[in-house]
Write a protein that binds this ligand. Structure first.
Ligand code: ZN
Length: 199
């Protein structure tokens, strides 16, 4: 099922995700819906907050991206084509940043048509649970490392605009304000509808 994607201005995007205690049918269904939603929106990553659930759960699929290379090791083994390991479902991920940093362009499904340069570590080490409950360790580099950092930030309530430099943020300020306003108006409208139907 394709879920509505939460837009900037909704407080759930600023909420740190609770750890997933048990990987049950509900979590499996949420992950499947998040994958479907991400693919339908042509995104490469989606965090639970972006579908309104403040949980430590994110999905990724970088396979549509042609021009930005990635590297991947799973449990110490080199995966020659990182795309072959997609999609990834990361539950309760721990992320450590490694190596140098680099600047790259990012977008976010919660910020339609807004992109900006963000400085990120070139590689990351990750330990996470999979949908089977297994623990996996990943080492990712390049674009996948960037995507993982972006999603891991979402799980802490951190957004890519927080990582932009002040000039970039200033340039986006009026668009962000407008988006925030629209989102809040939408939330009030939905709340009013709920109030009406529960009278
Ligand atoms: Zn995002």
């Amino acid at each position: 099922m394709i879920l509505p994607i939460v837009q900037y201005g909704d407080p759930v995007l600023r909420t740190r995700g609770k750890p997933v205690e048990q990987i049950d049918d509900q979590i499996r269904e949420l992950a499947a819906n998040m994958l479907e939603t991400m693919h339908a929106a042509s995104g490469v990553g989606l965090a639970a907050q972006q579908v309104g659930e403040a949980l430590q759960l994110a999905v990724l699929d970088i396979s549509p991206v042609e021009d930005r290379p990635s590297t991947l090791k799973i449990d110490g083994k080199n995966v020659p084509d990182a795309k072959s390991a997609m999609p990834l479902v990361l539950i309760n991920p721990e992320v450590e940043l490694q190596g140098e940093t680099e600047v790259g362009i990012e977008g976010c499904l919660s910020f339609p048509e807004i992109t900006g340069e963000v400085e990120r570590a070139q590689s990351v080490w990750v330990r996470a649970q999979t949908l089977n409950g297994d623990m996996i360790e990943l080492e990712a580099g390049g674009f996948l490392a960037r995507a993982i950092q972006h999603e891991h930030d979402h799980l802490q309530g951190i957004l890519f605009i927080d990582r932009m430099n002040s000039a970039a943020k200033a340039a986006l300020a009026s668009r962000l304000k407008r988006l925030q306003k629209e989102t809040r108006r939408g939330i009030r409208h939905r709340e009013a509808l709920v109030a009406e139907t529960t009278l």
